[in-house]
Design a protein around this ligand. Structure first.
Ligand code: NAD
Length: 291
């Protein structure tokens, strides 16, 4: 292996510590802690684990955690009514509805009901539009975490060629928008892309968000490139990313491991977004870019 390992766990710990300090300062200024409400419908075991760890991380960052667990047979109207109550609750700065929702519930209707200024997941179309047009909003946590790792490793990204593999609303599209705003030349590759290795041959930055284990091969990667692996795939060999780590690490200049790369940054960015939401709602100044 020649690539430098990008330690997302350590970067996330640093970010969480900074957010925790700023949350304490916010509480002194505003007379209350930043608050994050997390809604879980049903008992999906993976979602339950995520919600528990989000709650713990929220409290550890000196914020208030409000957990709402609803039965799997909750109907749409009751879920919407809960979102409305959280929208109106002054102690709640951020609202997150854990996906996927049980069958029969309309996730789009629920996500678009969240007040865009409390939408710390950044999934509301208003926030997607703000990101696309360069306005202040909330950026989805996973691509934002990838951007922070890239900035930490490369500094100014201006003029670099970036290939984002995947065009989901949660990862690929916002990632491409963020890199465009950083003045990268961005290619979005997806399931219909022809000759992906041809595109990767010119990429200084590769972000893989495909959802296929070990999909990106080392001999596709430009020597010295920075490779960010968003993938989380459970296989017989354990958790693996969307990049074939062994072969890519012998060519890349730097690479994120799975686990311990992008994953830990996601929760840290959720806390960051909640901190930003609290400041904006309370009218307390904060240099969000400096967090
Ligand atoms: P998704 O299934 O919504 O999107 C996958 C994308 O990959 C699609 O846009 C599709 O066009 C593209 N794709 C599929 N086959 C392709 C191919 N052969 N060539 C090029 N592109 C192809 O997935 P998602 O929600 O964007 O997630 C992607 C991966 O990231 C998954 O492994 C997921 O588990 C992981 N993920 C990780 C985090 C985290 O916190 N680390 C967060 C979200 C998602």
């Amino acid at each position: 292996m020649t690539a430098e390992l990008i330690d997302g766990k350590a970067a996330a710990q640093r970010l969480r510590a900074r957010v925790g300090d700023l949350a304490t300062r916010f509480a002194e200024d505003a007379g209350r802690k930043p608050g994050l409400a997390v809604v879980l419908v049903g008992e999906d075991p993976a979602s339950s684990v995520y919600v528990r760890s989000k709650g713990k991380a929220t409290v550890a960052a000196n914020m208030e955690s409000f957990e709402h667990r609803l039965p799997a047979d909750t109907d749409q109207a009751d879920l919407i009514a809960l979102v409305d109550r959280l929208n109106a609750d002054p102690a709640v700065d951020g609202i997150l509805v854990q996906l996927p929702l049980p069958a029969g519930l309309d996730a789009d209707a629920v996500l678009t009901r969240i007040d865009p200024d409390k939408d710390v997941d950044g999934f509301h179309p208003v926030n997607a539009g703000r990101l696309a047009t360069g306005l202040n909003g909330f950026v989805p946590c996973t691509p934002y975490g990838c951007l922070l790792l890239l900035r930490e490793r490369l500094g100014d990204l201006s003029g670099l060629n970036a290939v984002v593999i995947g065009r989901s609303n949660i990862v690929g599209k916002p990632m491409a928008a963020l890199l465009t705003a950083e003045n990268c030349t961005v290619t979005i590759a997806h399931s219909r892309t022809r000759n992906l290795p041809h595109h990767l041959a010119h990429a200084d930055i590769v972000v893989a968000a495909v959802g296929r284990a070990k999909f990106v091969q080392g001999d596709w990667v430009k020597p010295g490139a920075t490779v960010i692996d968003v993938g989380i795939n459970r296989t017989d060999d354990g958790l693996v990313g969307d990049v074939d780590f062994e072969s890519a690490a012998s060519v890349a200049g730097a690479i994120t491991p799975v686990p311990g790369g992008v994953g830990p940054m996601t929760i840290a960015c959720l806390l960051r977004n909640t901190l930003v939401a609290a400041h904006r709602r309370a009218g307390v100044a904060l240099d969000a870019d400096a967090i």
